[in-house]
Design a protein around this ligand. Structure first.
Ligand code: SF4
Length: 693
């Protein structure tokens, strides 16, 4: 333990990036939470997850020693043995089968410097097979935003949205539950100042209930059928075209593709589309008017949009809406993905993706790649690698070895039973984590890492603010920081100094050289406030909102592309008559590795459940509180039923957090063909009354 003084750091959970203080007790090793009163994002406010975050730091389940599998069992090992095994196997597999037989999973819960090192390690070995869990949440959003506007990130900042937005259009996102401080501080302030809220979601949730707006003109919940976001937005777009609410000057000067949209919608039947959405046409038209006639209207987008086989088209249609109404390039507007993990934005920024290098520079762009190679001193493969699910689909076939840092693919990927089968076909897997996860159970080597509270580095929040994390030092002696482990593995594999970093700051200095939007930042300049990227030069103060004068596309224009409805890959039929959709709870975090071990959080929701509409409950003979078995073509889980009108009739809703009954046993692994994100949000399912498991 190195510090008993409180240190200022960042909450390890969602992407809002709240500042908190942590303090260590030298005797017990326990780390406690203290508010950081003037933290830049949250000014000391905190949600239940942030307040409970320190509960997992000195937890009894922490991994304390390296483990090596021998004769099917784990035994404790020295770090020397563990490193030798990891380095030996990485060398053997790349030597025997080629570097592309290896896959690397970075982590959105790990800092920029560490993800930077992991992707550099993959590329130094000679493969672009490196990805992170943004693939599972916002890959389609990043793809659409990057292609049509320029950058795969929020166009605006929470602060300008709070001050200037007159309409908050929230589609497939649930900030009341998933970004509680953004919702209760920033978005609520906009509402108090008179903003109208349009929420589009098959499930009523904490966002629906959070604003207490009685005036139905100022608060609409469009409860659509899962997977009908494109027809809904096409009704909105056609209503805008027909009522001449288009911002013609903006369209003329700053966009391309408007005619394509007009053509796409020419024969579009709004009445039939409204029926498909399950919402009265006039409600959607009323929402369209509110958005199109506002001075400043902002779109918030979440995984309800991105996690579909048509995820890129879903987000493109949101971009279309913003572009034709001129709602981009000034405060209080934009298309704003709400990111789920504290460093999912940064993990992508630093290049832990198979198609891009740091700063979203394409690996197959010769000029960009060569500029990075010049700094790194080695060649990078010029073809994009495999994405997360593609890597997992190749376990035991094209992929023989895996390096998994802080990820739990057995629970996070769709069709989880299959993933658990395939992972056993790997010749070697090393897992670097803080707990024995469901994935680590199958590893050959486990490296015990330190937690978020113990080490320093930087993370990038949902509105592109890069902030420093500071640690209290190790609470368990024989664990190591991810940073130390990666430097050691890299240096043992390559004696050319490419992994020879004294500390995270030195790695950040190198990152700046290869990531143009971070070039103007240093640890000193980040200070306690942080900076919103892009910062292209020292002295840049960062941009709270993007695209004031032009978009960051090749010709500077925003790209409008008309899109048509693609129904989910699986729709209800006789065998599986319901649509299963999934989402997360405020009290839990993704695969629950941390939140299920946090007494405060687990107490709120100790087990999974399913929401079912009263009419469906009657049809399937389900009473509130019954245990029910939900099945899909891929597996089944048994959970308690909640009978509620929160969920749209014909659909059921459950969560992925619980190992004993995860939604991902049921979900479909069909992918969006461009962004390769799985369709977590719609699968055909059946339900029947069961007994307590
Ligand atoms: Fe942490 Fe997000 Fe809660 Fe803030 S809103 S305390 S960042 S979980």
């Amino acid at each position: 333990m190195s510090s008993e003084e409180p240190v200022k750091t960042i909450c390890p959970y969602c992407g809002v990036g709240c500042g908190i203080q942590v303090q260590a007790d030298e005797e017990s090793g326990d780390v406690s939470f203290m508010p950081w009163g003037d933290a830049p994002v949250n000014s000391g406010r905190i949600c239940i997850k942030g307040g409970a975050a320190t509960e997992v730091v000195n937890h009894e389940d922490r991994l304390t020693e390296p483990l090596i599998r021998e004769d099917g069992e784990f035994r404790e090992a020295t770090w020397e043995e563990a490193y030798e095994r990891v380095v030996g196997e990485l060398e053997r597999i790349s030597g025997e089968y080629g570097a592309d037989a290896l896959g690397f999973f970075g982590s959105s819960k790990v800092m920029n410097e560490e993800n930077y090192l992991l992707q550099k390690l993959a590329r130094r070995i000679g493969t672009n097979n490196v990805d992170n869990c943004t693939r599972m949440c916002h890959a389609s959003t990043v793809w659409a935003l990057r292609t049509s506007l320029g950058a795969g990130a929020m166009t605006n900042s929470m602060e300008d949205l709070s001050e200037e937005a007159d309409v908050l259009w929230i589609q497939g996102a649930n900030p009341g539950e998933q970004h509680p401080i953004a919702n209760s501080v920033y978005f609520r302030q906009a509402v108090l100042d008179g903003a109208t809220v349009i929420q589009v979601d098959p499930h009523a949730n904490k966002t629906t209930r959070s604003f207490d707006i009685e005036d139905t003109d100022r608060h609409q919940h469009l409860q659509l059928n899962p997977g009908t976001d494109i027809p809904l937005l096409n009704i909105v777009l056609k209503t805008i075209l027909e009522n001449d609410w288009v911002d013609e000057e903006f369209v003329e000067e700053r966009t391309e593709g408007f005619e394509d949209l007009v053509e796409t919608l020419e024969d579009f039947d709004t009445e039939a589309a409204a029926e498909e959405c399950g919402i009265p046409l006039e409600d959607i038209e009323r929402a369209a008017e509110a958005y199109a006639t506002a001075d400043n209207a902002a779109i918030f987008t979440g995984m309800g949009m991105s996690q579909h086989a048509c995820g890129v088209d879903n987000v493109q249609n949101e971009i279309n809406l913003a572009l034709i109404t001129g709602n981009l390039g000034r405060p209080g507007t934009g298309v704003n993905p709400l990111r789920g993990q504290n460093n999912v934005q940064g993990t992508c920024d630093v290049g832990a993706m198979p198609n891009v290098l740091p700063g979203y520079q394409l690996v197959d762009d010769d000029e960009a790649r060569e500029s990075v190679e010049e700094v790194w001193g080695f060649e990078v493969p010029d073809e994009p690698g495999l994405t997360n699910v593609e890597i997992s689909n190749e376990f035991g076939q094209g992929i023989k070895g895996m390096y998994v840092m802080g990820e739990n693919p057995i629970m996070s990927e769709p069709d989880a039973n299959e993933v658990a089968e395939r992972i056993q076909d790997l010749e070697f897997m090393v897992v670097q984590d803080i707990f024995m996860t469901e994935t680590a159970e199958y590893a050959d080597v486990i490296l015990p890492a330190t937690t978020w509270a113990e080490r320093g580095g930087t993370v990038t929040n949902t509105d592109r603010r890069v902030q420093r994390m500071r640690g209290v030092g190790k609470v368990i002696e024989n664990t190591k920081h991810d940073f130390e482990i990666l430097c050691e593995v890299g240096s043992r594999l390559f004696d050319d100094g490419s992994f020879d970093f004294e500390d995270p700051e030195e790695a950040f200095e190198e990152l700046r050289q290869v990531c143009p939007s971070y070039y103007g930042m240093t640890y000193d300049l980040l200070g306690e406030e942080g900076l919103h990227w892009p910062c292209y030069d020292i002295g840049d103060e960062g941009d709270p909102f993007l695209y004031e004068d032009e978009f960051d596309t090749e010709n500077g224009l925003g790209r409008i592309v008309g899109v048509t409805h693609t129904p989910p890959a699986e729709v209800p039929d006789e065998e599986y008559p319901l649509t299963l959709t999934t989402a997360r709870l405020e009290e839990h975090y993704n695969t629950g590795t941390m939140s299920r071990r946090s007494p405060t959080l687990n107490r709120q929701y100790p087990e999974n459940f399913v929401d079912i509409h009263p009419n469906d409950a009657e049809e399937f003979g389900v009473e509130d509180g019954d245990y029910v078995t939900i099945s899909s073509r891929r597996g089944e889980i048994t959970v308690k039923a909640q009978v509620t009108t929160d969920i749209k009739e014909g659909s059921i809703w459950t969560t992925p957090h619980f190992a004993s009954a995860s939604a991902n046993v049921l979900t479909n692994d069909v992918l969006d063909e461009r962004a390769k994100i799985p369709e977590y949000k719609a699968a055909a399912a059946d339900i029947e009354v069961s007994v307590e498991p």
